[in-house]
Design a protein around this ligand. Structure first.
Ligand code: SAM
Length: 246
């Protein structure tokens, strides 16, 4: 396949998403309950990760054997619950950052309801400020808050070596519903949210340039969900073999 993205129609995309969810690991009953609760209670529930993302995050956290997780953007705690469940064996510490008082209250409700307080710590306030208080290293860092903040967050994480040597940064919504690639990329995007995602797209285009140009890291931008960037420390600066005869 020469292209990395199949040209699905919106209807087929929905079917593909459904099929992948069904044929991947099931999410836990607690996650399902929290998902329903969030959808019923919040109009902007599309900010929450999807069940397939939940399964993917758990898969990754287990695969990496994460011992410490940092999450930027908590919302109702759906992804924090996934990190918690995935790191049961390692008893990982999970630090999650949230600014909005309404979402702070909602996520505290989640952490109390599912008894997550022994390992999940919520830091209230703007993520840029909360990040400055953090020390030590994290094996998994999930960047999922305000999109114009991504570049500053990742730069801070790298400059202050908050990412462990074998760790992974995962940034969500890097496509900004397609607007990062082009303002023409998503004719289906409703007019009401178009200006918001257009602005996010501009910031994320700059963020993608920053990631690609930073020689400290390896980066892949995956056409997964609403665009996911994975970042890890670059191990080998000379990781290209010479061409024949050179
Ligand atoms: C996309 S939602 C997070 C979803 C959650 N990680 C999940 O997977 O279910 C983004 C969250 O980031 C929060 N947020 C936005 N700007 C922020 C900032 N500057 N600092 C901290 N949190 C912020 C929002 O209030 C919102 O709850």
């Amino acid at each position: 396949m020469l292209s990395s993205v199949l040209s699905f129609t919106p209807e087929i995309s929905a079917q593909v998403s459904d099929y992948c969810t069904k044929k991947s690991n099931d999410v836990s009953p607690a996650s399902n309950e929290l998902w329903d609760w969030t959808c019923n209670r919040f109009e902007d529930a599309d900010k929450m990760s999807s069940p397939l993302q939940n399964a993917t995050m758990k898969f990754l956290a287990e695969f990496i054997g994460a011992r410490r997780v940092l999450e930027i953007g908590c919302y109702t705690g759906y992804s924090a619950l996934a990190w918690y469940e995935a790191t049961e064996k390692n008893k990982a510490e999970i630090i999650t950052l949230e600014l909005d008082p309404k979402m702070i209250a909602a996520s505290r409700e989640t952490f109390n309801k599912y008894n997550l307080n022994d390992r999940v710590k919520l830091i209230e306030g703007p993520a840029g400020e909360s990040l400055k208080k953090l020390t030590g290293q994290f094996d998994l860092i999930f960047v999922d808050a305000n999109k114009e903040g991504y570049e500053g967050y990742v730069k801070h994480i790298l400059d202050h070596k908050l990412l462990s040597p074998g760790g992974l940064i995962m940034c969500d919504n890097v496509f900004a519903r397609g607007m990062t690639i082009s303002t023409e990329a998503n004719p289906q995007l409703p007019a009401k949210v178009r200006p918001y995602w257009t602005e996010n797209g501009k910031a994320l285009r700059k963020f993608c340039d920053f990631c690609k140009d930073d020689e400290r890291v390896d980066v892949v931008l995956l056409p997964l969900f609403d665009g996911v960037t994975w970042i890890k420390w670059r191990e080998n600066k000379a990781n290209f073999l010479p061409l024949n005869g050179q």
